[in-house]
Write a protein that binds this ligand. Structure first.
Ligand SMILES: O=c1ccn([C@@H]2O[C@H](COP(=O)(O)O)[C@@H](O)[C@H]2O)c(=O)[nH]1
Length: 232
């Protein structure tokens, strides 16, 4: 069975749990995601641990956000781990995004537009006037112009971003919840089936899979549902 375009967020408290989750889900998904919690606790070793023998794609979600010189150094430092994808915050601006792209030529740089945990009413408080989709489209366009070949946005903005940046850019979406699942701290959410239909290339799904008593079965069920709806 072809693995589904899902990156399972391995937000685990320890390396053993993360490696176990990775082993359980990798037959069903293309990618596993290492975020701040694991990377800050265990450092570079975490990448080899979760990659394991399967050689699954590793998405390193560090959301780098600093001055260009510092981001270039950080991106260059992690590029030697050969993650498939590395995130930076689009709000760091074009020079910072370009610095990451140049420092990590073999890694796809994904620019995070507006965090999926922010609701429309949060945006004004952080100085982003107007609807989320306007800010996301603006950040998407500047990121792509700066050399990013992937973007992170919520499922709500997928169609608008696709129209803005075209088909060659990889659209990655967290904020994905199977029907009836708790949204938890995510605000701008949709089901996996909806996100795929709206043009996502890679769905980031964490707790709905890793919080299950059987993460392998949870990943397999979402993958099967995506296959069914994409063939319907
Ligand atoms: O806007 C963003 C960017 C990154 N994330 C990350 O995705 C996962 C989502 O996990 P769930 O358990 O499915 O909520 C998590 O690692 C975030 O750091 C995001 O949620 N939103």
């Amino acid at each position: 069975m072809t693995p589904a375009p899902i990156a399972v967020a391995l937000d685990a408290p320890d390396l053993e749990t993360a490696a176990r989750w990775a082993g359980l889900v990798t037959p069903h998904v293309t990618t596993v995601k290492v975020g701040l919690e694991l990377y800050l606790r265990y450092g570079p070793d975490v990448i080899a641990s979760v990659r394991g023998a399967s050689g699954v794609r590793v998405f390193l979600d560090l959301k780098l956000h600093d001055i260009p010189n510092t981001v270039a150094g950080a991106a260059g430092a992690v590029a030697r781990l050969r993650p498939s994808i590395l995130t930076v915050h689009a709000a760091g601006g074009p020079a910072m995004i370009r610095a990451a792209v140049e420092a990590a030529p073999h890694t796809q740089i994904a620019a995070v537009t507006v965090l999926t945990s922010l609701a429309e009413e949060d945006l004004e408080r952080i100085g982003l006037a107007g609807p989320a989709s306007d800010a996301v489209r603006r950040l998407a366009a500047l990121s792509v112009a700066a050399g990013a070949t992937a973007l992170v946005c919520s499922p709500h903005e997928l169609r608008a971003v696709r129209a803005e940046v075209g088909d060659d850019i990889t659209l990655i979406t967290p904020g994905v919840r199977p029907a009836g699942a708790a949204t938890q701290d995510q605000a701008r959410v949709a089901t996996p089936e909806r996100a795929l239909a709206d043009g996502a290339d890679l769905l980031v799904i964490g707790r709905p899979i890793t919080g299950s008593p059987d993460p392998g079965a949870a990943a397999a069920a979402i993958a099967a549902s995506l296959r069914r709806t994409s063939h319907a």
